[in-house]
Design a protein around this ligand. Sequence first.
Ligand code: 6PG
Length: 231
Amino acid sequence: MAGAHGNVLVHVLDDERSAAAALAAILVEAVEAGASIGLSGGSTPIAAYERVAALEGDWGDATVWLVDERCVPPDDPHSNERLVREAVLERVIVPPVFQGVWTPGLDPAAMADRYDALLRAEGVPELVVLGVGGDGHTASLFPSSPSLDASDRLAVATKAGMDPRIDRVTMTLAAIARADRVVFLATGAGKAEPVRRAFKEPPSPATPSSLARSAAGTTTVLLDRAAATLL
Ligand code: 6PG
């Protein structure tokens, strides 16, 4: 199983807004340091991304990657590129270098090969932002998926998920492990059970969030009280 299990620091914030503010503070510092940053999709981090764009307009020295993507064009409602464009790239004065996954004319496997090669050439992001799905998934690494075993890859194509009709490309556990800092954001009562499995129980492929850790750096978990009730 790819991925090491380094130190995990859990922070429980008062509410969803404070948890988003805590992520925003980490991101502002990273943007100002000109870091490379991997952003996840989902609904939870959007407020934090928008806050960072409002607080820091100059992202010119930073590079933004997508932790995962659905293989749909950027105008599709399911596209994480669209989410990041709307929450960050279209709001800031000086945009970062943006490394998206979607490439017209390539099938999902070829998009994954291209992203894998790009990550090898440029290095994985120093900071990786992750969410926790209701089933314990993170990125597009779903419970007991073969993608969890892709230890020789930094990005893979995957079909698993709540909507298997949509192909996806995801960074692997091996890529996430190379990040200096991994930061999870999870809020709301619906996340209490997967958060318990991810951060209190022994690591298991049944809960991919329990396997996604920085190997040599830090893994920080930002929760609101509701998501932390079972810890
Ligand atoms: C995505 C993600 C995914 C997400 C979780 C949590 O693109 O959907 O990268 O792993 O982080 O599903 O999503 P919510 O924030 O919507 O609960």
